[in-house]
Design a protein around this ligand. Sequence first.
Ligand SMILES: [Zn+2]
Length: 216
Amino acid sequence: MVRAIFDTYTHRRLGSKTVAAELNRRGHRIRSGRPWSAHQVLRVITNRVYLGELTFRGNTVTDTHTPIIDTTTFDHAATILEARGESHAHRAANSSDYLLTGRLRCPRCGHAMLGTRATGRNRTYRYYTCFTRARHGTTHCDFDRLDADSVDTTVMASLAEFNRTRHDLTDQAINAHNATTTPAATSAANSPPSPPTSPKPNKRSTATSPHSRPAP
Ligand SMILES: [Zn+2]
C-alpha cells in the first residue's frame, strides 16, 4: 500500500488529492476505516518511518527498522511535493507538536512540563517548561527550561534501542494490555490502582487544567 502510494505519486505524477480519490475508488481505507484524504496521502509520502527512521520535529534516529521505501524514491517524492507546493500546507498542520507533552513532570514542584517556544534571532527554540514557572514565574518554581530538541532526540534514541533489543518486554506489554482491555479478563492484578487525589503542592495555583495534577 505504502509502496503503491509512492509509486503513484512519483511515476504517474498524480497530486495528493487524485491519489486519495483513486485509493478510495479502489475501496481502500485508512486504518481508522475512514476514506483517504489528500492530507493522509501527504502524511505517508513525508513519513520518514518508511525509510527505517524515527523522526520527530526534525530530530532523526536512523536504522531503527527495515525500510519499506528506498532513499531515492523518498527524495523523488519530496522533490515533487516541493514543486507542487503541497509541502507548506502539510507542514503548517503539524507545527505545534511536542513529543512529550503531558508526559514529563517538573522534578522540583511536580507540575506538568509544557511545550513552549522562544523566537531567537535566526530560529525558534523549543523548550519543555514547568507549568508553575510558565504561569507564575521563576519565584514560584525556578526549574530550568529543558531543550526540547535534545530531550525528544534522547527519548527517541532509547525508544529505538528498546524496539531493537527488548522484544520480550514489548510482547509482555502487549499481552498485559490485551488482558486488561478484554472484558472477559479477570486478571487485572498487574494494573496499579489509581491513586487518590492528593493535595496540590502549590496552594496559590488556581488552575484547574489537567496539567495541575501533581506527580504521585
Ligand atoms: Zn516546577
